[in-house]
Design a binder for this molecule. Structure first.
Ligand code: MSP
Length: 651
């Protein structure tokens, strides 16, 4: 270990739904950098986690009928499980609902208030709940959020503001004069032209209408704006403003924040301005990567085109997904996931190129040398060019990785893999083997192939550790025997005399048409199962969960007639229903706005849980709950078959 440090971060994901291959993209990239730096001797800190506050999470929890913390805990558990399956080597999994985080954010907020960089005023403007972002009218697109194109809400409230405008010039310098700060370069123009040049306005950093979040410590009715809360994670995770801040001193400023393109402005304008106000250094680099689309369209649950990583991993393995994500797409640009592209990559790069090279090499050592790694004897005409290319691979990878160009780093490695396969064709060992007197030449060929594979296996290690382990195993190499990064540029480090061990093909060739059908089926089943799980609120309906008739008797179910229905004033997903149950009238808030037009409900007879404890949903009282059946994207309200007066008991 050297004293060089490297701090790499992913964004903190919203636990508002399960992670898609789009989310895994950034984490897989961050993991590759972290591993790459670690094997080079850097003292690495790799941070990821979840951003758990805000209106969006609050609404999701209501939709699912649970408390926000309960809701996020379940998704956080799923996310951690996924990262474990994917062998993601993070050092810190950070949650913004941790008490420690809340305290640090409150300290930061108070300090900026006391310095005069945060002040109290009134907010009037547009708010996008989906992106948790504020917009000026001029920034809207056709009246919608310019990031996600969804409807924005007019928001008017007393609020605290951060003096973002004060940092306008400093931010402009940071973005324009420091080439390293924001990459790819095209994103600099976007920030400068769209946000800085038109002039920055102060940023509203508190809400009174959102409850789920960190409170302004000196004014409890205000909740700190979720983005202010979230970006602080990058330093809070290192113990900033605590008495254990040695990691902060050691690792800050971050070497790189990896973020998706739509959140670059939070990381290159708002975040550095907060750091400037605190008198701290900005991160060294922010990289705004592109999006993974699905068939050229943005992935979204409502469009039903989301691709989840779990079925891919179950069917083809973690390394295949990692390889595909990093090789297929250029990190700075958008790219589209299609199953054809995915299976073509498996067949061409993994099965044909790498898998074949490993299997041919081991098979030939088995066949021509009894499964024992031979000693090289004499150099042949093609050996030098193979050696030269192999020992220079690390400098080529370095050049690409310095630019976070994963795709070309892998392409360089695959050029070597293809070159090594070509070496087999050039040297034709099966012909050489026909004459016993050629044994020295044959031994050299087999050794050179194995040695190239040893180097390839080191090179792919940051990206595909399982595959690298598998190659070492087959070559009979133990860890530490020429397997480290320092051994990558040295030819001849491979031991001889050990037994090789053939394993089953690493990447079997796939019949693409059939495989697409199989994959789609497995993916659909997975989605259906997952939706079932979430809708049922993760309670299992196995027989051991029987209730007694006495339990059921506690629930007062009634037929209720809808006499009025209207949209909720503060929540798109909710409707406010006026129900008649016998002589009594009552108000019920229900999460059915996506499925029903309020007018269509009037006169309908529904089933009501009448003795449910009343609650307020986004400021509106709800006395009971109407029953509905839902599956996947369908929802239908429960009713009675024949007409019966409202108030009738359901039993
Ligand atoms: N919580 C904020 C980040 C706060 S960081 C202090 C957030 N969360 S998110 O879950 O909506 O998105 C997290 C990251 O996932 C973003 O960088 C986003 O770009 C990325 N991706 C989500 N879907 C994606 C694709 N389909 N493709 C690539 N990355 C995308 O924003």
């Amino acid at each position: 270990m050297t004293n060089k440090t490297y701090y790499v971060t992913t964004p903190l994901y919203y636990p508002s739904g399960n992670l898609t291959i789009g989310h895994t993209y950034c984490t897989v990239a961050a993991d590759a950098i972290a591993r790459y730096k670690r094997i080079q001797g850097y003292d690495v800190k790799f941070l990821t986690g979840t951003d758990e506050h805000g209106q969006k999470i609050q609404e999701k929890a209501i939709e699912n009928g649970v408390k926000p913390k309960e809701y996020v805990d379940k998704i956080v558990a799923d996310s951690k499980k996924l990262w474990k399956t994917m062998n993601i080597s993070y050092d810190i999994y950070y949650r913004t609902t941790d008490r420690k985080h809340e305290e640090i954010v409150q300290k930061i907020f108070t300090e900026l208030y006391e310095k005069g960089d945060i002040y109290k005023s009134e907010y009037e403007g547009f708010y996008c709940t989906h992106c948790e972002s504020f917009w000026r009218e001029s920034q809207l697109e056709d009246g919608n959020c310019s990031d996600c194109k969804r409807k924005v809400k007019i928001s008017r409230e007393e609020a605290y503001f951060f003096k973002l405008s004060k940092y306008q010039d400093k931010l402009l310098n940071l973005l324009e004069d420091n080439e390293e700060f924001l990459q790819p370069k095209s994103r600099v123009n976007e920030m400068v032209n769209n946000f800085l040049k038109p002039g920055l306005e102060d940023l509203c950093v508190s809400r009174t209408t959102v409850d789920w979040g960190i409170k302004v410590p000196f004014d409890n009715k205000h909740t700190i704006y979720v983005w202010f809360d979230a970006v602080c994670n990058y330093i809070a995770a290192l113990g900033y403003k605590t008495n254990v801040d040695s990691d902060y001193k050691k690792y800050w400023p971050a070497d790189v924040h990896l973020v998706g393109k739509e959140i670059v402005r939070f990381h290159t304008i708002i975040w550095p301005a907060i750091l400037m106000a605190l008198g701290e250094k900005p991160p060294k680099k922010v990289f705004g990567h592109g999006w993974i689309l699905c068939d050229n369209d943005k992935m979204s649950k409502s469009k039903g085109n989301v691709v989840y990583p779990e079925p891919i991993i179950d069917l083809y393995g973690v390394d295949v997904l990692k390889y595909f994500l990093l090789r297929e797409f250029s990190f700075g640009n958008d790219g589209s996931f299609t199953s054809e592209k995915f299976f073509n990559r498996i067949n061409s790069d993994l099965a044909n190129d790498l898998g074949n090279l490993v299997s041919r090499t081991i098979t030939m050592i088995d066949k021509y040398n009894g499964g024992i790694m031979p000693q090289p004897k004499e150099e042949g005409e093609h050996d030098k060019s193979l050696k030269d290319m192999a020992v220079s691979i690390s400098s080529k990878i370095d050049k690409c990785m310095d630019k976070l160009d994963f795709s070309n780093a892998l392409e360089e490695i695959w050029t070597l893999i293809r070159r090594t396969n070509k070496y087999i064709d050039e040297t034709s060992p099966w012909i050489v083997a026909k004459d016993d007197s050629n044994k020295p030449q044959l031994d050299t060929i087999l050794y050179n192939l194995s040695e190239a594979l040893r180097i390839i296996s080191i090179a792919i290690r940051p990206f595909m550790e399982e595959t690298s382990d598998c190659i070492f195993r087959q070559l009979g190499i133990n860890h530490g025997q020429g397997t480290e990064w320092k051994d990558i540029s040295q030819w001849g480090k491979l031991n001889t005399g050990q037994s090789v061990k053939k394993e089953k093909p690493m990447f079997p060739r796939l019949e693409i048409k059939k495989e697409i059908e199989r994959f789609n089926k497995v993916h659909e089943d997975f989605v259906a199962k997952r939706q079932g799980k979430i809708c049922s609120n993760n309670k299992n309906h196995e027989t051991e969960n029987f209730i007694t008739i006495d339990d059921f008797d506690k629930i007062d179910l009634r037929v209720a007639e809808v006499i009025n229905a209207e949209s909720h004033p503060n929540a798109d997903k909710l409707l406010v229903l006026k129900l008649q149950t016998g002589k009594e009238q009552r108000q019920v808030v229900s999460g059915i706005a996506k499925y029903y037009n309020p007018q269509d409900l009037i006169g309908k007879k529904l089933i009501l849980i009448a003795n449910l404890k009343p609650i307020k949903l986004r400021g509106v009282e709800s006395h009971g709950m109407v029953l509905a059946a839902d599956k996947g994207k369908k929802l239908t309200l429960a009713s009675v078959l024949e007409d019966i007066p409202s108030g009738a008991k359901v039993k």
